[in-house]
Write a protein that binds this ligand. Structure first.
Ligand code: AMP
Length: 307
């Protein structure tokens, strides 16, 4: 079916309800994006299509999460290509609202605060970023909530059966995913959060809308991020000490890369693991996080570690 584009919240609500009813569906999925879509986003969309009867993808570059106006202006906008990519994955509805539609009174007075989980790592380099991101995710989760009583009509409604509601986020933005899970748990949002593994180019570089700004030499240099993460993954899989210092030395040997942070953390709290995982054999679960500037482009990547 051709994808439908809606630009208003009212249009989204009406069309998703109509689709859910006409398909006799019992589940709705939401895939929030900022557009400039690539195979990573496509994988999120395909996963949502496999798991739900109706799927909505939102495309909205959220000013609230950009500290730097120039960064916001520079963010790539490729609506026509995005719609084709979403249609190919079987997404039913694309929701691409204006800034005025999402923030009709200007900047919202009341916002989500991300607390100390949002102050560290990415939050330390981008103050206010996660408060802005969570505020728009909260709004998008509300927009995408399937209406009560659908799709089975009065009988389902009377039986208290609501359509299932799932939202899809990439593991690529690990801190965002951890924060969205925490917001949904802390504030009782009626939605299941599904995390989707990071999609990489064949050489290991994590796909990102920002990769298009890398020169060829910078793109080559950026490969050191995923190589350093793979090194830790291999050691974790082999139950060896992680020896973060040697992985760090690998990154620092690359002159075009200016490292911001590189550490191994608890996957839920994102607190650094005890020092001894560096020297003692690795057991359990962790997450390696890395962020660096490669030329003018800030890149992030991460790797779940399990043994
Ligand atoms: P963005 O448009 O960058 O805000 O990303 C929208 C969603 O796509 C977020 O949940 C991201 O984590 C996810 N995403 C971005 N890049 C990737 C990737 N390489 N693999 C998996 N998910 C991704």
């Amino acid at each position: 079916m051709p994808i439908q584009l809606v630009t208003t919240v009212a249009g989204l609500k009406a069309e998703s309800a109509r689709l859910l009813t006409s398909k006799g569906g019992v589940s709705q999925g939401l895939v929030p994006t900022m557009g400039a879509l690539h195979e990573g986003h496509a994988t999120l969309a395909r996963t949502a299509v496999e798991q739900n009867d109706v799927v909505v993808a939102s495309i909205f570059v959220n000013p609230l999460q950009f500290g730097d106006a120039a960064d916001l202006d520079r963010y790539p906008r490729t609506l026509d290509a995005d719609l084709s990519l979403l249609e190919e994955q079987g997404v039913d509805l694309a929701f691409a609202p204006s800034v005025e539609e999402v923030y009709p009174g200007g900047q919202p007075l009341v916002r989500i605060t991300s607390g100390n989980l949002g102050d560290k790592w990415e939050g330390a380099s981008r103050p206010g970023h996660f408060d802005g991101a969570l505020t728009v995710v909260a709004k998008l989760l509300h927009y995408g909530l399937p209406a009560a009583g659908l799709p089975g009509g009065a009988a389902d409604s009377a039986a208290g059966r609501l359509p299932a509601y799932r939202a899809y986020f990439g593991q690529k933005d690990a801190q965002q995913l951890a924060l969205v899970r925490r917001m949904v748990a802390d504030l009782n949002f009626p939605v299941e959060i599904v995390g989707v593994p990071t999609v990489r180019a064949t050489d290991g570089l994590a796909l990102s809308s920002r990769n298009r700004f890398l020169s060829e030499a910078e793109r080559d240099a950026a490969l050191v991020l995923s190589r350093a993460l793979r090194l830790l993954e291999q050691r974790a899989n082999a139950h060896e000490p992680l020896d973060l210092d040697s992985a760090l030395a690998l990154v620092e040997s690359q002159t075009l890369v200016s490292l911001d942070y590189f550490d191994v953390v608890d996957p839920v709290t994102l607190e650094p693991l005890a020092e001894n995982c560096r020297e003692t054999p690795f057991r359990g679960e962790a997450l390696a996080l890395i962020a660096a500037k490669v030329g003018p482009v800030r890149l992030i990547d991460n790797m779940p570690l399990n043994s």
